[in-house]
Design a protein around this ligand. Structure first.
Ligand SMILES: [Zn+2]
Length: 309
């Protein structure tokens, strides 16, 4: 991305023979080698998307919907009534439904039809392996949302170039990624929850993301460091990952919804420990997330960039 030719191996990844290497110049992290499409597909089992439009335990699901509504309100600020919005990697369309409630024309792209099961009928969904193959017209959208998707793609630069093409002049793109240069990422190292390797192929320090946007012809206007949904949980789960004797991302797995009749994971004592860590850890993690927001070092960030008129 920065045209450097030297990278330093940083982490191995359990269950995958590649490495995460980091650019000595810009700090961008990347899987080496980049996995094949078949390998990538094997990391997204149908269960990854949850059953019939529900991904988490019911109480967490309620929170996801409440936070989804706030999220939609936030993302619709400054948009004209009836604006045309595309969510790249829309999943089961929680956000699109909330944006449709606010009167926008909502479009979604996914590469796996299984991911969109139960999606809001107002969302116009296309299925394609990547954004360029979806065939959207040029200068078509008022806003494109790329929310925790760019790090999953093998060609993030090419994707942003296509975003630029399909945005109308003056339109904006909102890109959210885990922040590889954040305090949380640096503290947790290989234990970082938001590393999500090997599914994440790229690990962006915020300045590298801004640089990639500029290279695609998009002008970063603001960077935002607070995420109630992602950042406090990242502290708790990363701290648990640093402890020996617990399976990686055990708390996330415990909170993750299961099909009817599927047994709970782990033994009762481990589950009690995890739930206790969640209850005691979240208030502290929330405080840490506020502090790191003030330090402009959010564990996940989103950047709003604009296509100049
Ligand atoms: Zn670089």
């Amino acid at each position: 991305m920065c045209e450097a030719t030297r990278a330093v191996p940083r982490f191995g990844v359990a269950g995958w023979e590649g490495r995460i290497v980091v650019c000595g110049d810009c700090g961008l992290g990347r899987s080496l080698p980049l996995p094949s499409d078949a390998e990538i597909a094997s990391w997204y089992p149908e269960a990854y998307y949850g059953d019939a439009g529900s991904k988490f335990e019911s109480i967490v699901e309620v929170m996801v919907r409440v936070v989804g509504g706030r999220h939609a309100r936030y993302l619709s600020r400054g948009l004209a009534p009836g604006a045309r919005v595309l969510d790249v990697g829309c999943g089961r369309g929680v956000l699109l439904g909330a944006l449709a409630d606010r009167g926008f024309e909502v479009h979604g792209l996914e590469r796996d039809p299984a991911a969109t099961r139960g999606v809001d009928p107002r969302a116009r969904i296309r299925i394609a392996p990547d954004l360029a193959s979806a065939g959207y017209p040029a200068a078509h959208f008022d806003q494109v949302i790329v929310w925790h998707v760019l790090e999953h793609l093998s060609d993030p630069g090419g994707t942003l170039a296509e975003v630029r093409r399909i945005l109308r002049p003056g339109g904006r793109v909102v890109v959210a990624v885990p922040n590889f240069s954040s305090l949380q990422a640096r503290w947790a190292g290989a234990s970082w929850f938001h590393l999500d390797a090997p599914r994440h192929l790229y690990h962006f320090p915020l300045p590298a993301l801004e640089r990639l946007l500029r290279r695609a012809g998009l002008v970063p206007r603001s960077a935002h460091h607070f995420s109630l949904r992602q950042n406090p949980f990242g502290w708790v789960q990363s701290a648990l990952n640093r402890r020996a004797g617990l399976p990686r991302n055990a708390l996330y797995v415990l909170l993750h919804g299961r099909g009817a009749g599927e047994p709970l994971p782990y033994d009762a004592r481990t589950r009690r420990r995890l739930r206790l860590a969640y209850l005691l850890g979240m208030p502290l993690a929330l405080g840490l997330s506020v502090v790191t927001t003030l330090l402009r070092s959010g564990a996940t960030v989103h950047v709003v960039a604009e296509l100049e008129r």
